[in-house]
Ligand binder design. Structure first.
Ligand code: NAP
Length: 346
């Protein structure tokens, strides 16, 4: 039975006859009208003003996400390796005599300590970066205390999330993995999809915050299940981008108009926002970054590892991964992942 939890002051459950096979899935879906009604019926914030929120990692994604929390009324304590990103946020949300909107912590430990039993989000780039920030003497784990609640939103490997979960629990805290589907613009506009696993109590408490940053949130079970879902989704996405590039390359060699290919695709069953957005950009060789290619390759590699672990055959994704590795070797890693086309269309 699919369980649909609605975003109201109270969550309730509705059985769905449509997806009977998704018995373990819980979908928490944002009900925009309900949310707007709440916001417009009261001048106060929908968030508890006494609850502090921490945010660690203000990169492409974290920068947009933290602004959504601020826009919805939260005051935040932030830390980012490059302090300029925190300072930019502070200049956009200056403090008033009676209210500090953004406080810059001197290290991740201080974020956790000051947030206390509130929620702290982390959004770091890679497992190595996350481990560095978690394990540093003044890092995340050093700041975890009894009652801490940490929500990690990065795309890492299952084993990383499980290790963080164990380490947080060992210090009396609670952990939720919450990788996101969606890119820079969805992060800025509150359109992310959260794929969570771990502590369900933290998930329930996080719902108003996830709603501020996203349009839907799934609770998928134990720590690792959210990451697995994220890797499946990103494997499909990266493979589709490689396939689109190949189609455009074939059209080009056959003296067909690549613009026409994108147009024809947009009118059929394969129409999707990604092809509509990235198709014209690939043709224009415009790869302004939203989702860096280096992260797309990271996620493909993690998906291949997962496939091997569970015994799934994914030859199409393995072939796509080779395109991304070549693109990385050719120095395209900091560009958008659409830059895989620069390899495929050569
Ligand atoms: P990003 O901009 O490359 O980096 C995120 C953060 O990691 C930055 O705050 C960066 O700090 C920090 N960082 C990197 N190495 C560090 C280190 N050694 N020590 C301390 N901090 C370090 O990544 P992003 O695009 O926001 O992505 C964040 C996560 O979300 C990744 O796991 C990614 O796969 C996933 N994701 C991304 C997208 C997307 O479209 N971008 C979409 C869905 C999921 P600095 O600012 O100092 O560099």
């Amino acid at each position: 039975m699919l369980v649909l939890q609605l975003t109201t002051a109270f969550a309730f459950r509705t059985p769905s006859p449509t997806f009977p096979s998704l018995s373990r899935l819980q979908l928490h879906k944002r009900q925009r009208q309900t949310f707007r009604a709440l916001a417009s019926s009261s001048s106060s914030s929908p968030f508890s003003s006494s609850q502090k929120v921490g945010f660690i990692g203000l990169g492409y994604m974290g920068a947009g996400m933290v602004r959504r929390l601020l826009e919805k009324g939260d005051d935040v304590i932030v830390w980012n390796r490059s302090v300029e990103k925190s300072e930019k946020l502070l200049s956009e949300y200056p403090s008033t005599t009676d209210r500090i909107r953004v406080r810059i912590a001197k290290n991740p430990k201080q974020v956790l300590e000051e947030v206390g039993e509130g929620l702290t989000f982390s959004m770091l780039s890679t497992p190595a970066a996350a481990r560095e920030v978690f394990d540093a003497p003044e890092g995340i784990l050093a700041g975890i205390q009894k009652g801490s609640k940490l929500i990690d939103c990065a795309t890492l490997e299952v084993k990383d999330m499980q290790a963080f979960d164990i380490a947080v629990k060992a210090k009396g805290g609670r952990f939720l993995e919450a990788p996101v589907s969606g890119s820079k613009v969805p992060a800025e506009t509150g359109q992310l999809v959260f794929l969570t696993g771990g502590n369900e109590g933290v998930f329930k408490e996080a719902v108003p915050y996830l709603d501020a940053m996203g349009k839907a949130s799934f609770f998928l079970g134990d720590t690792g299940k959210g990451t697995e879902m994220k890797l499946v989704v990103n494997m499909i996405m990266a493979t589709m981008m490689s396939s689109l590039s190949e189609g455009l390359a074939l059209a080009q060699k056959a003296n067909l108009s690549t613009e026409d290919v994108v147009k024809v695709l947009s009118l059929g069953a394969m129409a999707n926002p990604m092809f509509n957005l990235k198709g014209p950009k690939i043709i224009a060789d415009d790869h302004e970054v939203n989702f860096p290619l280096k992260h797309a390759q990271k996620d493909l590699a993690f998906a291949l590892t997962l496939a091997e672990k569970v015994g799934a055959s994914v030859p199409t994704a393995a072939a796509a991964n080779r395109d991304y590795v070549t693109a990385l070797e050719q120095g395209e890693g900091e560009k958008d992942f659409s830059a895989v086309a620069r390899v495929v269309m050569k």
